[in-house]
Design a protein around this ligand. Structure first.
Ligand code: NI
Ligand code: MN
Length: 227
């Protein structure tokens, strides 16, 4: 499986299927890919309702006819916006789509959808585990450090994508503790340096992780790693 860090929290998984997590292109100051350059997307996963995560889901799902996976509340919103291939799940639930398996995991954060200045209830925020081609990727979504992450060591995660930018999510120190609890084979930091509020040095994170027996890769927006 090829994993591309598009920028911010947007991640593209390419294997026997193409999966896009939190597709934020328009207005994303660090997006290293254009929507036009994406391959056909089979699945779009939305971790929570914030604009930098729902992003361009509606436009892309309409273009590709993708199945969109989200919590129930975001799913209702997306159906109202005209998407007909929405698969809703909830935290703790796993589903076998036949070609990929998806589980939503807890995240400590918010999930409001904001539209024309109005707040629409977006349910609870989530992280997600995607299993494809015998590899497991965990995208933490936006979250603070939570002891629930200890349970993820039972999942034998190949690659964990964890936020390190602070302010809205874990910072480097908390993401390091999270990485120890998750104990993935590899970790890649996300959700940093998009805006001034979430400045963080990904190399500093990786040098902390190098103290433990877990690989850490800094991916510049647009860079990929094969797992
Ligand atoms: Ni958020
Ligand atoms: Mn965010």
């Amino acid at each position: 499986m090829k994993v591309t860090f598009v920028g911010h929290a947007t991640v593209l998984l390419e294997g026997s299927r193409n999966v896009l997590i939190d597709p934020f292109f328009k207005g994303n100051p660090v997006a290293a890919m254009k929507m036009e350059d994406l391959p056909e997307i089979d699945y779009i996963i939305v971790t929570h309702g914030h604009g930098d995560h729902i992003g361009d889901t509606i436009e892309l799902a309409k273009k590709f006819g993708s199945i969109v996976i989200s919590n129930f509340e975001i799913g209702l919103y997306l159906q109202k916006k005209g998407l007909d291939k929405v698969h809703t799940m909830h935290i703790g639930g796993r589903y076998d789509f036949g070609d990929i398996k998806v589980k939503l995991t807890p995240a400590v954060h918010g999930s409001a959808i904001v539209e024309d200045g109005e707040v629409i209830y977006g349910g609870n925020p989530a992280g997600v585990i995607v299993e494809m081609d015998h590899r497991k990727v965990y995208h933490a979504g936006d979250t603070g450090l939570t002891k629930d992450m200890e349970l993820l060591s039972n999942e034998y995660i190949d690659l964990a994508l964890v936020p390190i930018g602070g302010n809205y999510t874990m910072d480097i120190d908390d993401a390091f503790i999270a990485t120890k609890m998750i104990s993935p084979k590899m970790v890649v930091p996300i959700h940093y340096n998009t805006w001034p509020l979430i400045q963080a040095d990904p190399q500093e994170f990786c040098s902390k992780v190098s103290e433990i027996d877990i690989k850490c890769r800094v991916l510049k927006p647009g860079e990929s790693v094969e797992i």
